[in-house]
Ligand binder design. Structure first.
Ligand SMILES: Nc1ncnc2c1ncn2[C@@H]1O[C@H](COP(=O)(O)OP(=O)(O)OP(=O)(O)O)[C@@H](O)[C@H]1O
Ligand code: SF4
Ligand SMILES: [Mg+2]
Length: 310
């Protein structure tokens, strides 16, 4: 059964005179067994999706279900349970860690907020998760500024995992780190996933990571999912022209140090005002129909593709 499901989510932003559909008719279902990857170049709406799914921002329309519950219609214990069940990690862990708190307090805080745990349970859970995430005991009493970037990210992930969430949403959690650190942290997350039922939604620009760890993949382009399916089959036979381009330009796509909120390029400005397919100007296969008509997601070969070629 799915942990999280969305129905026709929409979120627009107005930037000067331009109204953009950062997330448009967005449908996704994530199961507890999934390692789901969401990719797309800068400005495609991935972080906006992460914020919508975690109730950080409200959609203009559409619904988000956590198990059976609409996350905007719950309150009290159900809302508390939702917050407990979704772990969230962003790229910039430094900003999310309270600089005046010691590492051990940062990680145990969610357990204290949820009040259901005895002191010895808190201690053992914190020890276990920090150990599993590769944080040495000598670090426990330190403050965030005394840690390296990699250690801080391990702490942020430990904090997100401490309540044993049913879904971990990680938005570029590793992109500020060097490759060997990325691999080690990712392996630790995978080991933890093996010990509990936890779905993962990973937002990343690293297609090598996507290929290595995810079982399902959605590709976003300017607010719309253009292809979704099993990671393996998309890598072996990408169908959407944008997915093809993306997989052919791996190093270019993996550029680091993007701004927190994507900037709109001049090229994309033109695409946003197009009535039809927003990939039109860059597409080698474009046809007359594509300019003024929005292609719908179609089921084909066990996946969904949004393109008039199919
Ligand atoms: N708070 C905001 N105010 C105005 N526009 C926003 C805001 N947040 C996002 N946007 C716009 O919405 C679009 C999607 O942005 P978003 O940050 O979700 O993209 P992204 O896929 O996460 O990009 P990146 O890969 O660079 O992180 C962009 O055009 C961005 O400019
Ligand atoms: S709908 Fe048309 S323009 Fe868009 S990706 Fe398909 S062929 Fe290209
Ligand atoms: Mg982003």
């Amino acid at each position: 059964m799915e942990v999280l499901k969305t129905i026709d989510l929409n979120k627009t932003f107005k930037i000067k005179s331009l109204k953009i559909s950062a997330v448009e008719n967005f449908n996704i279902e994530i199961n507890r067994t999934d390692f789901f990857a969401l990719v797309g170049e800068s400005g495609s709406g991935k972080s906006t999706v992460a914020k919508l799914l975690t109730r950080l921002i409200k959609p203009e329309s559409g619904r988000i279900f956590f198990k059976e519950n609409d996350i905007w219609k719950i309150n009290g214990d159900d809302l508390k349970n939702f917050r407990k069940s979704i772990g969230l990690v962003f790229q910039d862990s430094y900003a999310s860690l309270n600089p005046r708190m010691k590492i051990i307090d940062i990680v145990q805080e969610p357990l204290k907020i949820h009040k259901k745990f005895k002191v010895y349970e808190i201690k053992s859970k914190v020890n276990e998760i920090l150990k599993n995430m590769g944080i040495d005991e000598v670090m426990f009493e330190r403050y965030p500024h005394q840690l390296s970037g990699g250690q801080r990210q391990r702490v942020a992930i430990s904090r997100a995992l401490i309540l044993e969430p049913e879904l971990l949403i990680a938005d570029e959690p590793l992109s500020a780190l060097d490759i060997s650190l990325q691999a080690s942290i990712l392996n630790q997350i995978i080991e933890i996933k093996k010990t509990r039922e936890m779905g993962i939604l990973l937002i990343t620009h690293d297609l090598n990571i996507v290929r290595a760890v995810s079982n399902r993949l959605a590709v976003m382009h300017l607010g719309r999912i253009v292809e979704e399916g099993q990671t393996k089959s998309i890598f072996s036979e990408p169908l959407h022209p944008y997915t093809k381009k993306l997989l052919n330009s791996i190093p270019d796509f993996q550029r680091r140090n993007r701004p927190k909120i994507a900037k709109i390029s001049t090229e994309n400005k033109l695409c946003w005002i197009l009535k039809g397919c927003r990939f039109f100007y860059r597409c080698d296969y474009r046809m007359d129909i594509c300019k003024d008509n929005v292609p719908q997601l179609k089921e084909i070969k066990n996946r969904k593709v949004r393109c008039f070629l199919y």
